[in-house]
Design a binder for this molecule. Sequence first.
Ligand code: F6R
Ligand code: ZN
Length: 198
Amino acid sequence: MIQPRPFSLDIGSAPESAAQFDHRLERRLSSLRGQFSDAQAFAEKMAQGDPVAYEVLEILRPEEQGELLSGLSIVHPGKVGREYFMTKGHFHSVRATAEIYYCLRGQGCMVMENESGDWDVQQFLPGRVVYVAPGWAHRSVNTSPTESLMTFFVYPAHAGHDYATIERNGFRKLVVDDNGSPTIIDNPRWSAGARTHV
Ligand code: F6R
Ligand code: ZN
């Protein structure tokens, strides 16, 4: 068992000092197969290699109530067709758990939706906090053509992750590049009928 002990992290001055984190997860574009609306653009991008779309640096703590999990999410710049590189996105398995994201660098947005039919998109700018309310699925999108989107996240350690619900239909809304401007559009693949509660 990891004993509860206080600790501190330097994320303002040296967010790239990965040595502070216990675990590094790398997600390549292939792990987002089926999530981009332009299948041909996805195939073309994959044919050029399978780039790292994002990384997650985590502080490991016991996944139990009372603890908090925290770390850095780094979404690299890139596009598949008109859609920007993004995270897979998920609901928390324990729906009644929220999450805080603090944007350190870059620009982008957090796409969110709940199971009551509501959706929301909040903009990420350095210094801005985005609050993901309990019951809201969330996906980070990097809208910068050149810079990585770096955010610090913290959430209850017992939350768990439900990726399957999003993998089935994606999010209701997509963020696409419309002549250089990030624009929110309906996801043609999303269907309310296919959405089931877990
Ligand atoms: C944890 C959380 C973040 C994400 C990270 C990668 O609940 O929201 O740590 O896990 O931004 O995104 P996903 O997990 O959707 O691949
Ligand atoms: Zn989360």
